[in-house]
Design a protein around this ligand. Structure first.
Ligand code: SF4
Length: 538
């Protein structure tokens, strides 16, 4: 059977067909559609595959490890910066190993289309010493996923699949294979496997180091890594993941004259790299993201003058690869992308018309005229657009949850007013613990939780904060006299300014929940939220 699927959907279908019992994830572009596909899949529902969003990437990965502990197959999904949040469990579960097959999908965002950086997750996979896969196209996203679960169980290790934005978000017809049954509950035979106290962790770590040769050998013989002969040995090409696709787009009927080593599985197959190295006068390395392979090869052979790529300036050091910049590296003309005609006006991103954040920024900007020293610490979400004109209300944007903790640090340094703006979902993702730090010291900061009742930026997924914010803040220890709720509407501007002004003047932790649903939410969703709000206030 064939299906027309996004790269993300192909991967999700592969996971369903391999017999997963759950997916655990936090939404983040470009990874979100993987979980949404499973959530909307009728088969997944019939099979009772768990697919509810987690509060953050760390809780997602830990829950996935729990399901694997029970012997079942499980997928955990995040964007590249989400892996930073989950890095603790990620590194440790490489040491403990897994029981039921566990696949970690990390979607990188070269060129930073909707991210703060373009870090390359392959570095994390190498750091954890686990196998990494990098699909070349949508079919491989499907095939690799099904294989990765088997390899995970064979090696008893988590496996990483690295996706990139263009592959995640482009569509192709996919051959779908047979569906497997789910695993039944079956615990590990080793009672100490998941007890990483030093006496057991040392053994587990020794084991991880000990099986590295097996992992390398598996990659040397991988079906997904291919050595393709070519008559012109003046150059050999190593093309990883989607870069292989871009390369082939430069040649009719795949008639590349140079020998190619296609890489879709890591660790890098050293013998195959050596074969290419010995055969060719120079080596062009094509990889989306960091110069990960290029640097490794320099280490392997200590002859890095022969290797060209991103480090040598033959390709752009930052940003995405595409068929055009690869054409240039091959000495061809750039012919694929049309130049943007002058008639096209640049359109910087902006908040939707009617968005509640607009009214909040109006209030904050008016207060700035009263408090010229006011500093506003922002966070990840639609409201990050408040750093751009016409608002320019926000001074910082670093990572999930950094608004509250940065505001605290700045306040400790003597900055006043020190205001944090954080979304409801980001607050439950990683703002709550920072708030506890501030509450413990009663640090003079004002935290504005801009509650639009959704993870709006990634497509309005459910927010774990819905109906819970007030009780969470009270539970953390915020003084109820300094826990206010406002409705960000133009007609309430003066009233809202008064509330925020009073809280700014309080010399301790104060919270203002600025509450109005994202205008993109459906009517049903808004009605549902009204009920939840009642529950919270009562
Ligand atoms: S998606 Fe929702 S929260 Fe985001 S800008 Fe639009 S209305 Fe505002």
């Amino acid at each position: 059977m064939k299906k027309l699927l996004l790269g993300n959907e192909a991967l999700a279908q592969g996971a369903i067909d391999t017999g997963i019992s759950g997916v655990y994830a936090y939404p983040g572009t470009p990874s979100t559609e993987i979980t949404e596909y499973i959530q909307n899949s009728k088969i997944a529902q019939e099979l009772n595959i768990h697919s509810k969003w987690s509060v953050n990437e760390k809780t997602a990965m830990e829950a996935a490890l729990g399901m694997s502990y029970a012997g079942k197959r499980v997928l955990t999904v995040m964007k590249h910066v989400g892996l930073n949040v989950a890095a603790d469990v990620f590194m440790n579960m490489a040491v403990s190993g897994i029981n039921g097959g566990l696949v970690v999908v990390v979607a990188d965002d070269p060129s930073m289309h909707s991210s703060q950086n373009e870090q390359d997750s392959r570095n994390y996979g190498k750091f954890a010493m686990i196998p990494i896969f990098e699909p070349t196209n949508q079919q491989e996203a499907y095939d690799i996923t099904t294989y990765a679960f088997y390899l995970s169980e064979q090696l008893a290790l988590p496996i990483m699949i690295r996706m990139v934005t263009r592959l995640s978000h482009s569509r192709a017809a996919i051959n779908i294979g047979k569906r497997n049954t789910q695993n039944t509950i079956k615990l590990s035979k080793n009672p100490h496997q998941f007890q990483l106290i030093p006496m057991h962790a040392r053994n587990r770590y020794q084991h991880l180091v000990g099986i590295q040769s097996d992992i390398r050998e598996n990659s040397e013989n991988s079906y997904f890594n291919k050595f393709i002969e070519g008559p012109n040995t003046s150059m050999g090409i190593i093309a990883a993941g989607i870069a292989f696709n871009y390369l082939m787009e430069n040649f009719e009927n795949d008639s590349c004259p140079y020998p190619i080593l296609k890489i879709s599985q890591y660790p890098l197959p050293k013998r195959q790299v050596k074969k290419l190295f010995d055969k060719c006068k120079k080596i062009l390395v094509l990889e989306d993201g960091a110069p990960f392979i290029e640097e490794l090869i320099a280490d392997y052979f200590d002859e890095n003058k022969k290797v060209i790529g991103r480090l040598t300036g033959h390709l752009n050091r930052v940003g995405e690869l595409n068929p055009d910049n690869i054409a240039e590296a091959l000495g061809f003309e750039r012919t694929f992308a049309n130049k943007i005609p002058k008639i096209v006006t640049p359109r910087p991103p902006e908040l939707c018309v009617g968005c509640a954040h607009r009214d909040l920024f109006d209030a904050i900007n008016q207060l700035k005229t009263e408090n010229t020293k006011q500093q506003v610490f922002g966070d990840i979400g639609c409201y990050a657009l408040g750093s751009l004109p016409p608002y320019e209300s926000i001074n910082t944007l670093i990572d999930m949850g950094a608004s509250i903790t940065m505001a605290k640090g700045a306040s400790d340094a003597g900055i006043h007013p020190s205001i944090a703006i954080i979304g409801d979902s980001t607050f439950t993702h990683s703002g709550m613990t920072g708030l506890l730090d501030a509450v413990i010291e009663n640090t003079p900061i004002t935290v504005i939780i801009s509650d639009n009742s959704a993870v709006a930026m990634t497509g309005a997924q459910d927010s774990a904060a819905s109906g819970r914010l007030i009780n969470i803040c009270k539970g953390i220890g915020v003084d109820k006299d300094h826990l206010k709720v406002i409705t960000p509407l133009h007609k309430k501007l003066d009233e809202n300014i008064d509330v925020i002004r009073n809280e700014i003047n309080y010399k301790g932790v104060s919270i203002v929940i600025s509450q109005r649903p994202c205008v993109q939410l459906s009517k049903e969703k808004k009605d549902q939220l009204k009920k939840l709000k009642q529950v919270a206030i009562n």
